[in-house]
Design a protein around this ligand. Structure first.
Ligand code: CP
Length: 316
């Protein structure tokens, strides 16, 4: 694998292979000595032009567990705030000798520009670009679902027949757009439920079904309910039902949570708006995988770094 920019071009076999490597990495993380020497001598740069808690620290933990050197770069406090371009920033990282760049950027497509530019010869991982994609989030979501369903027998398996309902601010969600491609590739059936104003106008070609009624979706007893964060920072007031309207119609409140099956999985990529898209009872329940998703993110990101930075980088 040369870069990880999108889940759209991942084949089923390749996705399952990555999840299986993540299982191996999770085994390493259980050991007393959590480190592998695999990426000793490699340098990974976390290049974050947008805020992050989970993604940035889990990539840092993942790289360190593989013995890579890690440089954390935040646009705030850097020469980006003086107007330095992505090109000059990338060429600076190339001069430092970066082998891998994990980039989060507010502009959709920025990681693709970096990968295709020739400014830097490094493996590029998209850690979230605008409203476009967040591939490692979808991979850790798939890993988490697979583990909850198949447990210790997960290796080699997809998500065949698993019914996943993704709820909320689909319009602005890069998590939704990466899960949109990956989960059906693995055999899952995906339904999106959202206010009409928070679904994209054009969803042609999306391998999913769509609805506006969360109560009907809950009564269909999905295996997985994935709540999305309301991204208030990306929307104007015209888009948004009021908070009260939103939580009443599209929030996973206590009453809706109690109607789910006892073995239904409740997911959220974080950060959560408690009381808006999800109640604390749902977020903190045994059905919730919110913290498992964070822990599994380290294993999945170790697998991605391993595939990009160890040995020869393949073009696929
Ligand atoms: N899920 C996610 O991307 O969280 P952060 O913004 O904290 O990285």
């Amino acid at each position: 694998m040369r870069h990880l920019l999108t889940t759209r071009d991942l084949s089923r076999d390749r996705a399952i292979a990555l999840l299986d490597i993540a299982e191996d990495m999770a085994d390493v993380s259980q050991r007393e000595v959590k480190k592998l020497p695999t990426l000793r001598g490699k340098t990974v740069v976390n290049l974050f032009f947008e805020d992050s808690t989970r993604t940035r620290i889990s990539f840092e933990a993942a790289a360190k567990r593989l013995s890579a050197d890690v440089i954390n770069f935040s646009a705030k406090g850097s020469s980006v705030s003086k107007g330095e371009s992505l090109k000059d920033t990338a060429q600076t990282l190339a001069a430092i000798g970066a082998d891998g760049v994990v980039i989060r950027h507010p502009a959709s497509g920025a990681p693709h520009v970096l990968a295709q530019s020739g400014w830097i010869d490094a493996g590029i991982i998209n850690a979230g670009d605008g409203t476009h994609e967040h591939p490692t989030q979808a991979l850790l979501d798939a890993f988490t679902i697979r583990r909850r369903i198949h447990g210790a027998a997960s290796r080699g398996k997809g998500l065949d027949g698993v019914r996943v309902t993704i709820v909320g601010d689909v319009l602005h969600s890069r998590v939704a757009r990466s899960n949109l491609w990956l989960l059906p590739t693995l055999g899952a059936e995906v339904t999106f439920v959202a206010p009409p104003t928070l679904l994209p106008a054009d969803t042609s070609g999306w391998p999913a079904t769509f609805g506006f009624d969360l109560d009907a979706a809950i009564d269909a007893r999905p295996n997985v309910v994935m709540m999305l964060r309301i991204q208030a920072e990306r929307m104007s007031a015209a888009f948004f039902p009021t908070s009260r309207e939103y939580s009443r119609a599209w929030g996973l409140d206590d009453a809706r949570f109690n109607r789910l099956g006892t073995d239904s999985i409740v997911m959220h990529p974080g950060p959560m708006n408690r009381g808006l898209e999800i109640s604390s009872a749902a977020a903190d329940s045994v059905n919730s995988t919110v913290l498992e998703q964070v822990a599994n993110g380290v294993s999945v990101r170790m697998a991605a770094l391993y595939l990009l930075l160890s040995g020869d980088r393949e073009d696929a």
